[in-house]
Ligand binder design. Sequence first.
Ligand code: SF4
Length: 214
Amino acid sequence: MLSFKPDKEKVEKIIKELERLYPDAKTALEFSNPFELLIAAILSAQTTDKQVNKITKHLFKKYSTPEDFAALKPEELEKEIKGCGLYRNKSKNIIETSRILVEKYGGKVPQDFESLVELPGVGRKTANVVLSSGFGKDAIAVDTHVFRVANRLGLAKSSTPLGTERDLQKAVDKKLWSRLHHWLIHHGRKVCTARNPKCSSCTLGKWCSHYQKK
Ligand code: SF4
């Protein structure tokens, strides 16, 4: 397979425009520390950030530490998070993850990718969200928006989230990785939607591979 070769000049123009469009882009999940972000990110699988915020607003008032969550029974937590999809699995995963944090990490969220992805309910995307938004590290979490928009724009050329992450890492300066992730999510929600992207009013059209091919 041919390896992806980003067009540096085009990438630079896209980045500049994304920065202009979304100067304050950040995660929509509400949290006040890395542990809360980890729980919110686990809850966000197949659920909107808005719905997660609605749940965590009450949840974090009742339970806020790994010790609190580790002491819960799955049925107790299920009741609290019932408003989001896959709540039975998420309940089990959150309790087990909290127990591991207490027993193995002194109640703290680990700050390295390998340890994070070993936690139940934490995949590559969730680990990267925690690293970038929770700890300010350079990481790109590839969700459905990032995957779609990056490949349409030509910032990546891959059929998988992992390949897209690698292509983006190659195309864009490391110090921009976290912000890029938020820019692409915002653009995917507002303009480059899955169905009927608003190409005619999109200011990235002149550099967009998908639009230029039309
Ligand atoms: S031109 Fe169309 S496909 Fe390209 S980024 Fe804009 S909305 Fe998406």
